[in-house]
Write a protein that binds this ligand. Structure first.
Ligand code: ATP
Ligand code: MG
Length: 140
């Protein structure tokens, strides 16, 4: 296994409920290090660009509306196997299917308002990290 980086987003349902610290505690307990972090409110255009791969999906409009409904916290996580490790601690997309103890099982409100985003491959992680952060903002 290699040290990897992945992009995480704490979504508006979580910032609204003041859960940033609780989510971060889960990430750190799983061995992931938060090596960059910023809170921002995405514009419609930014949310559409970030989730562009889902443009043709039926839930795209609602997803974008949700992602601009409040602040998010974008993060770079670093650790052994960080992409897969973060996906594991996040849990399944639909919280009804998320394993007990995962972030989504504990905190997600619905399949849409599911508390966190995590990159799904090393390639996408590199693209998504560059979407939010410059090299100077990442302190490993
Ligand atoms: P994310 O990309 O946010 O980490 P994911 O990889 O588990 O989540 P994707 O299939 O990439 O899931 O979907 C992106 C996001 O779109 C989901 O996290 C969720 O917020 C929303 N979404 C996915 N499927 C549905 C659906 N059937 N209905 C409503 N929203 C959905
Ligand atoms: Mg995804």
């Amino acid at each position: 296994m290699a040290t990897e980086r992945t992009l995480s987003i704490i979504k508006p349902d979580a910032t609204r409920r003041n859960l940033t610290g609780k989510v971060n505690a889960c990430l750190e307990a799983a061995g992931l290090r938060i090596i960059a972090q910023k809170r921002l409110w995405l514009t419609q255009a930014q949310a559409e660009a970030f989730y562009g791969v889902h443009r043709e999906r039926g839930f795209f409009r609602d997803l974008v509306t949700f992602m601009v409904s409040g602040p998010v916290v974008a993060q770079v996580l670093e650790g052994e196997n960080a992409v897969a490790s973060n996906r594991e601690i996040m849990g399944a997309t639909n919280p009804a299917n998320a394993a007990p103890g995962t972030i989504r099982a504990q905190f997600a409100e619905s399949i849409e308002a599911n508390t966190v985003h995590g990159s799904d491959s090393a390639e996408n992680a590199a693209v998504e990290i560059a979407f939010f952060f410059s090299g100077l903002e990442i302190v490993g």
